[in-house]
Design a protein around this ligand. Structure first.
Ligand code: HEM
Length: 546
């Protein structure tokens, strides 16, 4: 519950006036400032006691729901949430707290959160009552600056209308035409990395080029490839990030997503200060965000102008997302810029995160790596053969590749935790949920819930997708479900499958830091998109013969 600054200040002003002018003779007289400050402090303390202690512990209608033990008296489970990677506390609770689909836990200042755990409850929140829940306003401020206020942040009827206009561009019949683009970029990526390996100059100090092995930070390559793909397939423009790691746009996203103290402190302040105040605080992070927003907006503006010129000259035949949106005629220029900013970010860091985790998992499981490579080599033309391409049918015919990709999406969902606020009084699984209650959706936990996936939920096992035993759709939360599910899901799945086929077919993967065979030794950063904090360093070798 946000501090009601305006109401407290208004009452304190009134009290200051009354007490300083002696209007009520029965009351003692004080100076205006002293009376104002004393009333303000008293009201603030009463509000804080009510909000932090009385309401969550004794009055809330949600206090009888199951919850994890070990609360701090004023910060609930916040110490654990702050210490562990995003989603890890929720994973512990989903497997240990008995519940019927909803767990209540307390955050900083004992703010209540409802963590939704079962497929039935998730179906209710995401589909049946989707529009009863909205994205939190603080989140909109925090991310809206770099993501734009497009489809991602639209709500209610506005969301429905925007989604309807954009859907054709993301339908599978359109995505299937993009496979040649995905494959061409996968080829370019693999060629770029092959050149680096042959040159013997990797990204880590202990490279051992003499045995043909070079250590590469795969996350950076993944981001460059996915930025190029969303550039070409989304905006009809090649940013050339695979060829040049220092393009303005790549550098900009790097500075925004660099996991560091600044980002963390900014995020924490955002929990207590409203966005419009935080934006004005002279923090270094504000400057970084402002600059980044400028670069991203300008890039999108330029691309839209280019496309419009082409349209006017009747040269327009492209099938990228921007062209489809422009031709629908339903967006103003400013709105289009917001949509493009959304696709640029939502469509590149997410898939890059999946690629980074996939490289880690391949390195950790040499048997899976070998099986995948064998399938790729037997089904697809060589990645070096630029005269051939790959279609959706080629990829569909590869059960192990598809099982591997789906299992990576399950095991390491890029968006580990998402939130909603109840937009009205509503219910979940029959429990009354007051307006404003914070709802937590946690793909990281649900995707590994033992009650949904069985006792091997915590094991990476592509095999589970081959025997058709996968559980209810709502047990897999990587792209969410319902009207707000990821619109780019088919795009992402296709792009990821092409990129992984090219990687696994051409290279062998081995962990640079052997300690990381133990997953708990990989530090995970997860404010928005999960990634290894210090990058993922992999020893890569070109496997000849394909
Ligand atoms: C592995 C890749 C991806 C993952 C895991 C992913 C995941 C998600 C998730 C979880 C959401 C829901 C967020 C929320 O409602 O709080 C979402 C929404 C969205 N995603 Fe993705 N995404 C991926 C790739 C893409 C791509 C490639 C694009 C575009 C080309 C894209 C565009 C969007 C958009 C526009 C939304 C907002 C949809 C709406 O609110 O109607 N995503 N994504």
């Amino acid at each position: 519950m946000g501090l009601p600054y305006t109401s407290i200040s208004a009452v304190a002003l009134g009290a200051g006036y009354i007490l300083s002018t002696g209007r009520v003779p029965q009351l003692p007289q004080y100076g205006f400032l002293a009376a104002f400050a004393a009333t303000w402090t008293a009201l603030f303390l009463s509000w804080a006691t009510y909000t932090v202690i009385l309401y969550p512990k004794f009055l809330s209608s949600l206090r009888h729901l199951p919850e994890p033990s070990g609360n701090s008296w004023w910060a609930g489970q916040f110490p654990m949430i702050r210490r562990d990677p995003t989603g890890v506390p929720q994973l512990k609770w989903i497997n240990s707290v008995r519940n019927d689909g909803v767990i209540r836990y307390l955050g900083l200042f004992n703010e209540e959160r409802l963590f939704i755990t079962s497929p039935k409850a998730l179906a209710e929140v995401l589909t049946t009552k989707n529009y009863d829940f909205e994205k939190p306003h603080a989140f909109r401020f925090f991310l809206g600056r770099i993501l734009g206020i497009g489809l991602f942040f639209a709500e209610g009827d506005e969301h429905k209308a925007q989604r309807r206009k954009l859907m054709p561009a993301f339908a599978f019949r359109h995505v299937k035409d993009l496979y040649p683009t995905f494959w061409a970029k996968s080829q370019e990526l693999v060629q770029g990395m092959t050149d680096v390996i042959h040159s013997g100059k990797g990204d880590a100090v202990s490279d051992t080029p003499e045995d043909g092995t070079v250590v590469v930070e795969v996350g950076a390559w993944a981001s460059r490839a996915t930025l190029d793909i969303i550039g070409v397939a989304g905006l009809g423009h090649d940013f050339g990030a695979i060829q040049d790691p220092n393009t303005k746009l790549s550098r900009t996203y790097n500075t925004v997503f660099q996991p560091n103290r600044q980002t963390l402190v900014f995020g924490l302040i955002n929990l207590v200060l409203p966005g419009w105040i935080l934006e004005k605080v002279p923090l270094k992070r504000n400057g970084v965000l402002q600059h980044a927003t400028g670069v991203i907006r300008d890039t999108c503006h330029e691309l839209i102008q280019e496309k419009k010129l082409k349209l006017a000259r009747k040269e327009q035949t492209d099938v990228d997302i921007l062209s489809v949106a422009l031709e629908s005629g339903g967006f103003t220029d400013e709105n289009l810029v917001d949509q493009m900013m959304t696709f640029l970010l939502a469509g590149h860091e997410t898939t890059a995160s999946s690629m980074t985790w996939a490289a880690y998992l391949l390195a950790k499981h040499p048997d899976i790596q070998a099986r995948l490579r064998a399938e790729v080599r037997s089904c697809l033309p060589s990645v070096g053969d630029t005269t051939t391409t790959v279609s959706s049918l080629d990829i569909d015919r590869m059960p192990y590749l598809n099982a591997f990709c789906t299992e990576v999406f399950r095991y390491f969902p890029p968006a580990a935790l998402l939130t909603r606020d109840a937009a009205c009084d509503t219910t979940i699984q029959g429990h009354h949920v007051p307006k404003g209650t914070r709802i937590v959706l946690c793909p990281w936990a649900v995707n590994r819930s033992e009650s949904i996936w069985g006792p091997d939920a915590g094991t990476f096992n592509p095999e589970r997708w081959l025997d058709g035993s996968a559980p209810s759709a709502y047990g897999m939360m990587t792209f969410l479900h319902g009207p707000r599910a990821c619109i780019g899901r088919e795009f992402a799945k296709a792009e990821f499958a092409c990129l992984m086929a090219a990687w696994a077919g051409r290279f062998s993967f081995e962990l640079h830091n052997k300690e990381q065979m133990d997953e708990s030794k990989v530090d995970i950063q997860g404010a928005l998109i999960t990634r290894p904090v210090k990058g993922m360093y992999i020893k890569m070798t070109v496997v000849e013969g394909w």
